[in-house]
Design a protein around this ligand. Structure first.
Ligand SMILES: *[C@@H]1O[C@H](CO)[C@@H](O)[C@H](O)[C@H]1NC(C)=O
Ligand SMILES: *[C@@H]1O[C@H](CO)[C@@H](O)[C@H](O)[C@H]1NC(C)=O
Ligand SMILES: *[C@@H]1O[C@H](CO)[C@@H](O)[C@H](O)[C@H]1NC(C)=O
Length: 506
């Protein structure tokens, strides 16, 4: 009797122990009482020009940053330059309107020397005096100068590496043999009217724009002034408990990252950990820019809109190394709460296969140094199944799926009223979030959202209701949420402004 009672007790004890170990392995139970209420801290990585426009102000010839899409209309043919078929041996000046094939993406070498990249990614160059776009390797012979008529004119000449100007001799013949320069008249085949299409303003553009010496100075000043200790204090005393910090891959080679990046970002991140510790905030480290760029956007530090990450094992291995480096450095910090392996990989350029491969290896890299840090897996943006990471995530302890919800960037939101936007949150977003939130699957995180929309003339009260709807719904995410962003020139994108002005109450 006695023995079996003791046995039963031991059995029960084992059961309880086993149960608590098991429940620990399911992030959800272990996390039942804590949810992240975070804000994204742009500042460690330059994610968009409009977060801090003054960063770009001092760049010489700042219309010509890396990735800027230029179009050239010949004044004689009155047609646009075009890389026929997107690239190859045929460059013509016969297009009445300009889009992809007529757009030339800049690579900035210095303030007036560039390479032009065409739609299919080849560089514009010369074959004798013929202008072609056949080389996909960047070399010195593929270099051009852009000479402007004057600072506020859009008339330009393009000087090739042979010392001559490009000219549109006929609609079908573009050559680099113009030497006479007599004025800027409509009869000169070497004169083009330039239109600036897409612009990019990320960290690549800032650092490359200033060039090595000045960039170092500018970035140092930026880190010192954009987000400061007082901001952490403000965040902690206004109902938030965490920050999501976007960073770039080159931080792992600080203080000597490859050009155009400059050293100092690691030291800036160290400070974030000190301040987070002091004010009791948790940190979600977010690898926002991966080598080669995982989405082609400026915020992943793409040079010219191209997306190369995941196409080779080399980019994946390099990224795993960055995660290993960061987790090793901060695993002992109490504030390190989660590591997000990559932000917004874009489908179909990033395949599910490449992403799974990376997530597996990245997860192991975190676990080498920490058994407690959550590992955040960002869902792909672009065409994809919101549950596609489940087969992998279900087998990983303390894994989290990150989804980003913006009532922006898509045509469906163009004509929505205030009420329709709010209904969309309570109905559609709510069911989207439920779809990825399962009782024994990974935790869910709305890692980016904002109380901004495509409604014109909304009132303060409209914004308050829109923000509240999102807080209500995203509050059900089992890991938590993070607002984009803390500081911003656009008031509604700045959580600091929204809180200070009573638009958002936490
Ligand atoms: C432009 O010129 C190319 C090469 O001669 C030709 O193949 C193409 O059809 C022309 N396009 C237009 C719109 O004239
Ligand atoms: C350049 O083009 C060649 C032939 O089209 C291709 O084999 C090679 O992989 C390309 N290289 C790069 C860097 O894109
Ligand atoms: C929102 O959900 C409703 C109901 O499922 C659906 O009819 C509607 O098309 C969705 N709205 C948008 C903009 O996708």
């Amino acid at each position: 009797m006695m023995t079996s009672y003791v046995n039963l007790k031991i059995w029960l004890l084992n059961f309880v122990t086993l149960f608590s170990i098991l429940s620990l392995s399911h992030g959800r139970r272990a996390n039942a009482n804590f949810r992240v209420r975070a804000v994204n801290l742009g500042g460690w990585l330059v994610t968009e020009g409009w977060m801090k426009p003054s960063l770009f102000d001092g760049i010489p010839n700042k219309d010509f940053l890396d990735g800027t899409g230029l179009q050239f209309k010949s004044v004689t043919t009155r047609k646009y330059l075009c890389a026929e078929s997107g690239g190859g041996t045929i460059i013509v000046a016969n297009r009445t309107s300009a889009s992809g094939w007529e757009t030339f993406a800049l690579w900035r070498l210095n303030e007036d020397t560039f390479r032009f990249r065409v739609f299919n990614k080849q560089f514009v160059g010369l074959d004798g005096i013929n202008v072609v776009a056949v080389s996909n390797i960047s070399t010195d012979s593929l270099t051009f100068h852009v000479v402007k008529e004057s600072d506020n004119s859009n008339r330009v000449r393009i000087k090739a590496s042979n010392g001559y100007f490009l000219q549109a001799k006929t609609e079908d013949l573009v050559t680099a043999d113009g030497s006479e320069v007599n004025g800027w008249g409509d009869d000169d085949p070497s004169v083009f009217v330039m239109t600036i299409g897409k612009r990019m303003q990320g960290e690549y553009q800032v650092t490359s724009g200033y060039g090595p010496t000045k960039a170092h100075q500018v970035m140092k000043e930026h880190w010192k002034t954009f987000i400061v200790e007082d901001d952490f204090k403000f965040i902690a005393s206004n109902g938030l408990n965490a920050v999501r910090i976007p960073i770039g891959w080159w931080i792992a080679s600080d203080p000597t990252p490859p050009p155009p990046y400059v050293g100092g970002s690691l030291n800036a991140l160290d400070k974030a950990f000190l301040w987070a510790q002091k004010y009791g905030l948790k940190i979600i480290l977010d690898l926002h820019a991966a080598p080669g760029s995982q989405n082609g956007f400026e915020h992943s530090s793409s040079r010219d809109g191209s997306q190369e990450w995941g196409k080779t094992d080399e980019t994946i291995q390099q990224t795993v190394h960055v995660i290993d480096f960061l987790t090793a450095r901060y695993a002992k910090c109490q504030s390190l709460y989660a590591v997000e392996l990559i932000n917004e990989p874009l489908s179909p350029g990033v395949t599910l296969e490449a992403l799974n491969k990376y997530y597996k290896a990245g997860y192991e890299a975190v676990r080498k140094h920490s058994s407690t840090a959550y590992v955040v897996l960002s869902n792909r943006i672009g065409p994809s199944n919101p549950r596609e990471l489940f087969p992998l995530a279900n087998g990983l302890m303390r894994s989290v799926i990150d989804v980003h919800y913006y009532n922006l960037f898509q045509d469906v939101f163009n004509d929505m009223t205030v009420q329709q936007n709010i209904d969309f949150i309570y109905n559609n977003r709510s069911s989207q979030l439920s779809f990825v939130t399962t009782s024994n699957g990974p935790l869910t995180f709305v890692g980016e959202w904002v109380a901004e929309w495509q409604v014109n003339g909304a009132t303060k009260e409209d914004y308050q209701r829109f923000a509240k709807a999102q807080l209500d719904v995203y509050g059900r995410a089992t890991f938590g949420w993070a607002y984009w962003a803390f500081k911003n020139v656009n008031n509604h994108w700045s959580l600091e402004w929204m809180v200070k002005n009573g638009y958002i109450k936490l």
